[in-house]
Design a protein around this ligand. Structure first.
Ligand code: HEC
Length: 124
């Protein structure tokens, strides 16, 4: 009798755990962007830095300095872009990695940054 009780409790517990299972990361369906349209560094990439990164990556703060005035030169001098294999560019891959315990890009921001790199990482 005791054994059945324990077994019953285990099953109940298992069901409870299962009920808590929840997919937090809702896969975001991104419409493909037209990669022939140039992504502008100043009007599309800098605002991403300003809203999500500059709180830490400001002038005199955590490197790289991603403030509007210095973002481009920081990216260049710190070698954060890899034009041969854009996906491995630090400015693209590092923020969302587990080594960066801070806010990364949203899926659409990441898509813009990668496209900008693939287009030659221009200061446009
Ligand atoms: C809450 C503070 C914070 C925010 C917000 C933040 N970062 Fe960081 N970032 C850090 C710290 C601290 C480091 C140093 C490595 C570490 O401890 O993760 C770092 C490291 C980096 C590096 C690596 C530089 C190197 O030396 O190779 C890059 C690139 C970077 N961040 C980009 C970003 C971008 C892009 C954003 C915005 C999408 C962002 N970070 C938002 C705190 C932040």
């Amino acid at each position: 009798m005791k054994k059945t009780k324990i077994y019953f409790l285990l099953v109940l517990f298992g069901l409870m755990l299962n009920a808590c299972k929840y997919d937090f990361i809702v896969p975001e369906e991104l419409p493909p962007i037209d990669t022939t349209v140039p992504v502008s560094f100043s009007t599309q990439i800098v605002p991403i830095f300003t809203s999500g990164c500059v709180s830490c990556h400001k002038t005199g703060g955590q490197a790289p300095d991603l403030s509007a005035a210095n973002a481009y030169s920081s990216i260049k001098t710190m070698n954060l872009v890899n034009s041969t294999t854009p996906e491995t560019s630090i400015i693209y891959a590092f923020p969302g990695s587990s080594s960066h315990s801070w806010k990364g890009y949203t899926a659409s921001e990441a898509q813009l940054v990668l496209t900008w790199i693939k287009q030659g990482a221009l200061n446009n």
